[in-house]
Ligand binder design. Structure first.
Ligand SMILES: [Fe+2]
Ligand SMILES: [Fe+2]
Length: 332
């Protein structure tokens, strides 16, 4: 059983220990606004001693969320919850290293929401502010047209949010400038990260996995962990290193046995999507399962073995509705 290794239990135990009283209340499982030393403590509690400081600092920035968006999780808190879901999706025997790798990939997966590897602290803050903006599913009038949030050009999206009071107009302009300057300084720009004022928000949001890839590689995180982390939007078609199961040799009798790490990836992908639909889009459990099943079938019908792995893990999520609602802090 892996139960006793659950992330929140480790943290609660750690918070109860006399030597770390300062941790109690601050590093509890459902917590936002972690300082770099809080983030470091969290990793230490989980057995990760050597997470490079630039990663710790980025995750601390991503743990902050203010103003209108305060009612939802920070991006780092999302990742902590996702690591918990992932823990519960493990059915086979794993070594401690495998379990920790999967947890680490989960905790790091959205670090790219702090921008490119080359971004300065100020630029990273601008990306975090941008990724903290919440758009609902309504259509936004732009000139004579109505656009969905994902179709809005970046500059227009920022102006709309400034008008709604999510940030000042001056900050919106500054965020745009900082984002453009960071994007231009990328050493290895790729088409997916070539963001400017006119880029559609879908492209902006999608770029984060390419930045997760670049940030983690620059910090010399183990390549397999980077691949799991950075391919978490594979079902949406984003796969920085082309590591998707779809690309694997379909003649292998059991992909899950052939490469445990590929099965790890599927867990992170589905845990991330489950969490996003439940908490960011406020979908019910049943709706979320139906949406994910359709996504899997649409994307993977030509790859029956891969599709079967996804569907098996989705079934495991479906069975654990009550547990996940507790872990996601959702009122049942
Ligand atoms: Fe993501
Ligand atoms: Fe995520």
């Amino acid at each position: 059983m892996v139960k006793e290794f659950h992330v929140h239990q480790i943290l609660e135990e750690r918070a109860r220990a006399p030597q770390s009283e300062a941790l109690a209340g601050r590093a509890s499982f459902h917590a936002d606004s972690r300082t770099p030393s809080d983030v470091k403590e969290l990793f230490l509690a989980l057995g990760f001693e050597k997470i490079p400081a630039p990663i710790i600092d980025r995750l601390s920035l991503l743990s902050k969320i203010e103003g209108k968006n305060r009612r939802r999780n920070s991006h780092f808190q999302d990742a902590v919850e996702i690591s918990e879901i992932v823990d519960n999706l493990i059915e086979e025997e794993l070594t401690e290293k495998e379990l920790n790798d999967l947890r680490l990939a989960s905790l790091l997966h959205d670090v790219g929401k702090s921008g490119p590897a080359e971004a300065t602290d100020d630029e990273q803050r601008a990306f975090v502010d941008l990724f903290n903006l919440d758009f609902n599913e309504e259509q936004y009038p732009v000139g004579a047209r109505k656009l969905a949030a994902r179709e809005l050009p970046l500059s227009v999206a920022l102006m709309i949010k400034a008008r709604e009071g999510a940030m000042s107009l001056a900050r919106a302009k500054e965020v745009l400038e900082l984002i453009e300057s960071a994007v231009k300084r990328q050493e290895r720009p790729r088409p997916e990260t070539n963001i400017n004022a006119d880029s559609a928000m879908l492209k902006v949001w999608s770029a984060h996995v390419y930045w997760t890839d670049a940030v983690l590689r620059r910090a010399k995180i183990d390549a397999r962990i980077v691949e799991i982390s950075a391919s978490h939007h594979l079902l949406d078609g984003q796969d920085p290193e082309n590591v998707g199961l779809e690309n694997a040799d379909q003649s292998i009798a059991s992909l899950e046995l052939a490469d445990k790490y590929q099965a790890f990836r599927v867990r992170l992908i589905l845990a991330d999507q489950y969490q996003a639909f439940r908490k960011r889009s406020a979908k019910s459990h049943a709706e979320t399962i139906a949406i994910l099943r359709k996504k899997i079938e649409d994307k993977l019908s030509a790859h029956p073995k891969t599709e079967a792995i996804y569907l098996k893990i989705l079934e495991s999520i479906d069975k654990q509705k009550t547990l996940f609602e507790q872990e996601l802090d959702l009122a049942a």
